[in-house]
Design a protein around this ligand. Structure first.
Ligand code: NAD
Ligand code: UD1
Length: 309
């Protein structure tokens, strides 16, 4: 059985990945402090070993890595709210960068030989550059502590790979949606907030005219991309956009979600969010060259998401 570590594995993307790994008969170790994730997101299985710890508990993390000698390591734990990192730039930097660099050091110093270390970065690294679509070679302009830490950690991960012979890869997720995304913060993914408003009947605030576009990618496509990236040797030392290559505007998404749920959303228009990016869409050529294809169009993804809820 392959032994796999998923930090942040009780969160939205992490727990969906854990579901898949368990189906594939892996032995999965999850470290999550439950600041955003939930224990109940994880499947009940003797093959899931859960540790409610912070990844900045360096002593614990070092002992775990050395003891378990993981074959695959997914570095997904992060303070994923950009707004939180603006309010707490240093404490979130410890989680979003220091903790992962420390883990790379543990691997290097102890000469551990994971088959792959995968780090999850974000489309946030592209910032507000208007050129579209965003390819991996597009201009980088990280604007928040979150984006700065994601970009810097990405570079550490990729270059630890090159300098010390560790197999590493990084992903830049665009707007991921689907079951188990936590809608509790105003900065949670917009589709989780819309789902929550549709369910509870609360009004939904549209920031701006609703004509902003995003590349919404369904969680199952993201998990499929993660599995593909760790299994391929050719991905070592590269960063990959994970998205669909298709942009959808917010008004359209609302109307699809209303049809799917057979409910009417009460929409309240507010001023655009400060620093909001108007248009975003990915170039996914690099990932497609590995044989990846996003299989879930937004209409299907929203239906699956709603049925789950
Ligand atoms: P999430 O908040 O659901 O998951 C992150 C998990 O990390 C949570 O379960 C949280 O409790 C845990 N965590 C936070 N601080 C921790 C700490 N100090 N120690 C241990 N665990 C800690 O977010 P997500 O959407 O599942 O994101 C997963 C990863 O993907 C993150 O690195 C995030 O930055 C990145 N990402 C997500 C998106 C998206 O659209 N959801 C987009 C770009 C990048
Ligand atoms: C996403 C990421 C962010 C990253 C950015 C990079 C999430 C949750 N956030 O932000 O980490 O920095 O991509 O491009 O994935 N909106 C509303 N009403 C709401 C909530 C949101 O109108 O209640 C609007 C926002 O103003 C935005 C759009 O919906 O225009 C999408 O918002 P959101 O889901 O927060 O994602 P991004 O802003 O794209």
């Amino acid at each position: 059985m392959e032994k796999i570590l998923v930090t942040g594995g009780a969160g939205f993307i992490g727990s969906n990945l854990v579901d898949k790994l368990v189906q594939k008969d892996c032995e999965v170790y999850v470290v999550d402090d439950l600041s955003m994730g939930k224990r109940s997101n994880l499947p009940r299985s003797e093959h899931v070993h859960f540790f409610q710890r912070s990844i900045i508990d360096f002593d614990f993390m070092e002992k775990l890595l050395v003891r378990e000698q993981f074959e695959y390591i997914f570095l997904m734990a992060a303070v994923a709210s950009v707004a939180d990192t603006v309010v707490h730039p240093y404490s979130t930097h410890r989680v979003n960068q220091d903790a992962d660099v420390f883990l790379l050091e543990v691997i290097r110093k102890n000469n551990l030989k994971p088959k792959k270390v995968l780090f999850t970065s974000s489309a946030a690294v592209y910032g507000d550059d208007p050129q579209l679509p965003k390819g991996e070679m597009s201009r980088i302009n990280p604007l928040s502590p979150y984006a700065i830490d994601k970009y810097a950690t990405e570079r550490f991960v990729i270059n630890y790979g090159k300098l010390y012979g560790i197999n590493t890869v990084a992903t830049r997720f665009f707007n991921v949606y689907g079951p188990k995304q936590n809608p509790k913060s105003p900065y949670s993914g917009v589709l989780s907030i819309i789902a929550d408003c549709l369910s509870s009947g609360s009004p939904f605030n549209v920031f701006g005219d609703g004509e902003q576009t995003r590349d919404f990618v369904y969680i199952d496509d993201v998990v499929a991309a993660l599995m593909l990236l760790i299994r391929s040797e050719n991905t070592n030392g590269y960063v990959y956009n994970v998205a669909t290559g298709i942009s959808t505007d917010l008004n359209e998404v609302i109307s699809i979600f209303e049809k799917v749920s057979e409910k009417k959303l009460t929409v309240v228009h507010k001023d655009p969010r400060k620093g909001d990016i108007k248009y975003s869409v990915a170039d996914v050529t690099r990932l497609s060259n590995l044989g990846y294809e996003a299989m879930v169009p937004i209409t299907v993804g929203l239906r699956r998401y709603w049925n789950f809820l």
